[in-house]
Design a protein around this ligand. Sequence first.
Ligand code: GLN
Length: 250
Amino acid sequence: MRVVIGHLYPEYLNIYADRGNIAVLERRARWRGIELEYETIGLGQSIDAGKHDLFYIGGGQDREQAFVAPDLAGRGGQLRAAVEAGAAVLAVCGGYQLLGRFYRDRAGVELPGAGLFPLHTVAGERRMIGDVLLECELEPGVPRTLAGFENHAGRTILGPEAEPLGRVVVGFGNDGDSGFEGCRLGRALGTYLHGPLLPRSPWLADWLLAQALAHRSGEEPPELEPLEDELEAQAHRVSAERARRRGGRF
Ligand code: GLN
């Protein structure tokens, strides 16, 4: 078993411990004997269609987003085709915003998006900062929780056809108002949760690995061998409790 991860613009979009997410994917793959190839994708670098089973794009501030936005927007068609062909995506914060249709900053400057997710983002006056707890149901009938930290000025508005990643239990979420967080399009997920996200939500790391394996094999996502996860469960509990105690509100 083998998966190939393509990490988009790690030299620019990296402010939220994004390496931590990659480390969790690498380690959980290795513990199960899954070979994981990690590749970075930089500005202007061409990529082979179908090569990557999972794309990762992290968070950055407006300045870094402006550096990568035109390049990423130019990859829109390729990314949409990859997701249609079953590739998985995890996009966090600034990367999540740029996979939508556009991001408009406080000065009204609009950055083009890759147009993968049917959403757009407009910066508001007050930043939405704090611990978040979500309830998600990526598989119908299997509710699970995600815990992380959010810090964004952008308000993300989902299009009518968009499916959110989860329901906000505590925190602001996409826009501080709708009660929803993130976006899901097949095997592609976008979210504001960082801190990083996967060390405290290991089930999501496994979900992504299983989707990536399914992309490679062309079969259904495999059932992954369970791991001990005692510390990971504790990390999740602590984050969830912190969110319940002092989750983001204005
Ligand atoms: N443009 C972003 C924002 O909404 C990027 C995320 C960030 O820097 N925290 O603030």
